[in-house]
Design a protein around this ligand. Structure first.
Ligand SMILES: C[S@@+](CC[C@H](N)C(=O)[O-])C[C@H]1O[C@@H](n2cnc3c(N)ncnc32)[C@H](O)[C@@H]1O
Length: 173
């Protein structure tokens, strides 16, 4: 597994990356990191399991450690058109509001029927972290320009020192 994964890393970055197996329902073995990044993981799991994944990270977390989730953050109904265009890309720039609404519902239903899960909007992401542990301070979600993905951000904050102003630039609340 490692050899195949390592082969995908540009030569100049190879010395800075290493790979290891990890079952995310077990305690996180890498302790004291600044950031834990999950790419396309949580949308495949309902809140019950998402909470278990988050709680598995807690023993490893130092104060100020970030958990970054790189996935979709569904737009609010009022922001449906722009949000869905960003989500689905240039091909939807001329698509009607009705079609964009269907597209959102379709993705949600797909996750429900295939893996009994769902996509999440900002409130649902916040709720997931709240359910996992009150010491996760939710910092919002941001979408880099030109990117279809959002970064959903939280920080381990037992001393209640962090607030939304500590989020990555451009975060939504
Ligand atoms: C949607 S894929 C995303 C893979 C990768 N992060 C990416 O973005 O290309 C979900 C991944 O979670 C892995 N997975 C499922 N259960 C897991 C577990 N308990 N611990 C660690 N990984 C798991 C699957 O093998 C699959 O590779």
């Amino acid at each position: 597994m490692s050899t195949r994964a390592e082969a995908g890393i540009p030569e100049e970055l190879r010395s800075r990356a290493s790979f290891m197996p990890y079952d995310f329902f077990t305690p996180q073995p890498v302790r004291g990191a600044d950031v834990y990044l999950f790419h396309w993981i949580f949308h495949g799991w309902s809140d019950e399991y998402g909470v278990r994944i988050l709680r598995s990270q807690i023993p490893a977390l130092k104060k100020g450690a970030r958990i970054l989730i790189n996935e979709w953050c569904l737009p609010e109904p009022g922001g449906m058109v722009d949000g869905m265009r960003a989500l689905c890309g240039e091909s939807l720039l001329s698509t009607s509001t009705e079609n964009l609404t269907r597209c959102r519902s379709t993705m949600d239903l797909l996750m429900l029927t295939v893996v009994n899960s769902n996509e999440r909007d900002l409130d649902m992401w916040r709720e997931l972290f709240n359910k996992a542990d009150p010491n996760f301070a939710f910092l919002g979600a941001s979408q880099p320009e030109g990117c279809r993905m959002w970064t959903i951000e939280t920080v381990w904050d037992q001393d209640k020192e962090f607030s939304e102003k500590d989020a990555l630039p451009g975060a939504l609340f």
